[in-house]
Write a protein that binds this ligand. Structure first.
Ligand code: CTP
Length: 402
């Protein structure tokens, strides 16, 4: 039994999907886990404490100010006795509380007090899910290292269609399995580069590009969620790095190359950074003055191609080397040529023409170039592109052997 002796604290929030949580309790127990249910007040409108308790064969915790419970097991202890805290369904309201750090009922207090990983299975109306506030809270929670499963697309209880339906129970069980260290990338080391690089002209000026680091950050988080040990080599990005990864912050292409070299060996290396192709041949040691120096003449030197260097390593090459390509025209052809020229296994290509809004935006439309040709993916939020890509990386590493 995959989850034998694992202890799950299951917080059930108030949504129509709460009925599926009863099935979740049953499936988790079938796998050998013990489940301690916590019901928010709103959840009790959808499922009864008695049914949760009967299925879990455990006491159900219901209210922060239940003095008897506090005497039996305080909320701090309750939040730490588990191996994993699961919130299913996670409503928009509970996600907002979590993102804001509220602790005004038992569920939110447990989530604040826990020292364990937290996995949420969001479920809500499609408009509530796509609302900027929920998406902002989701990004905050991911940044805090909270794991997320779903939501799925589909017909909702309210009659609307779209993302917002709670993930199916077997998918939640699989995510719990992965969170508890049984993920397909457990024991794998993956290097991810991300963000732009800054190439100094003088102590106050630099050459940069518009990369936000969003796609690389989302990918690092998705790989972490599958159990990988992630070394995240990041230039000065505008989005914060994910929790639960080893962050190596760099500024220039040369520093990024050093950081990647030091992080080797690895099972896979993913180059999502927008590395500057050129640096100043000699950065000025003091600030250029317009009165004294006139119009500056900038002499460039070419930066090392970090991706090509790793892809073409004679010994100790990671088994999977993935590059990104930002193109503005004829994406498939350019990216296919780039794959061959650099010697990497895959290229994740995207069209960064200004009208796509992809560079610095929240969505990505990707073409994946592998040895088998080009696959066009639908336009998706960067987090979903990351989840798909991480799953493909896990499959590829499994196929390529230990
Ligand atoms: N890359 C890198 N080191 C560099 C430049 C790029 O590791 N000095 C990696 C990026 O992280 C990305 C891929 O190479 O994975 C992007 O290549 P790109 O810069 O588009 O390739 P170029 O050969 O510079 O192509 P182009 O002619 O389009 O500029």
């Amino acid at each position: 039994m995959a989850l034998a002796n694992r202890k799950i604290l299951l917080i059930i929030a108030g949504g129509i999907a709460a009925f599926k949580s009863l099935d979740l309790i049953r499936r988790l127990r079938e796998q050998g886990a013990s489940v301690t249910p916590v019901l928010t007040r709103a959840a009790e409108e959808f499922v009864t404490p008695l049914s949760a308790s009967a299925l879990a064969a455990q006491k159900v915790y219901r209210d922060l100010f239940d003095l008897t419970d506090e005497a039996e097991m305080g909320h701090i202890e309750l939040s730490r006795a588990a191996d994993l805290v699961v919130v299913a369904p996670a409503t928009a309201d509970l996600m907002a509380k979590m993102a804001g750090g509220h602790a005004n009922d038992l569920a939110s207090t447990l989530l604040m007090a826990t020292d364990k990983r937290v996995l949420i299975a969001p479920a809500m109306n499609v408009r509530m899910w796509t609302h900027p506030a929920t998406q902002r809270n989701l990004a905050t929670l991911r940044g805090d290292g909270v794991l997320v499963v779903g939501p799925d697309d589909g017909e909702m209880a309210c009659g609307e269609f779209g993302p917002g339906r709670m993930a199916e129970v077997p998918d939640i069980v699989a995510a719990i399995d992965a969170a508890l260290g049984h993920g397909p990338l457990t024991g794998r080391r993956v290097i991810v580069t991300s963000g732009p690089t800054h190439e100094p002209i003088d102590p106050v000026r630099y050459i940069a590009n518009r990369s936000s680091g969003a796609q690389g950050t989302a990918l690092a988080a998705a790989l972490r969620d599958l159990g990988a040990e992630v070394v995240f080599v990041t230039g000065p990005a505008t989005v914060p790095p994910p929790a639960g990864v080893q962050v190596v912050a760099v500024e220039t292409a040369m520093q990024m190359q050093d950081a990647v070299t030091s992080a080797l060996p690895a099972d896979a290396a993913i180059f999502a950074a927008a590395v500057a192709d050129w640096r100043m041949d000699k950065a000025h040691g003091s600030k250029l003055k317009k009165s004294r120096d006139g119009l500056p003449v900038l002499d460039f030197a070419e930066n090392p191609d970090i991706l090509a260097g790793v892809a073409q390593m004679k010994a100790g090459r990671p088994r999977l080397v993935v590059g990104f390509a930002a193109e503005t025209d004829d994406v498939a052809r350019h990216a296919t040529e780039k794959r061959a020229r650099k010697g990497c296994d895959w290229i994740v290509a995207n069209d960064v023409s200004p009208e796509t809004g992809i560079m610095g935006g929240t969505e990505n439309a990707v073409m994946l170039i592998t040895e088998d040709g080009a696959e066009t993916w639908p336009r998706l939020p960067k987090a979903q592109v990351a989840t798909r890509l991480a799953a493909r990386i896990a499959d590829a590493l499994a196929q390529r052997g230990a």
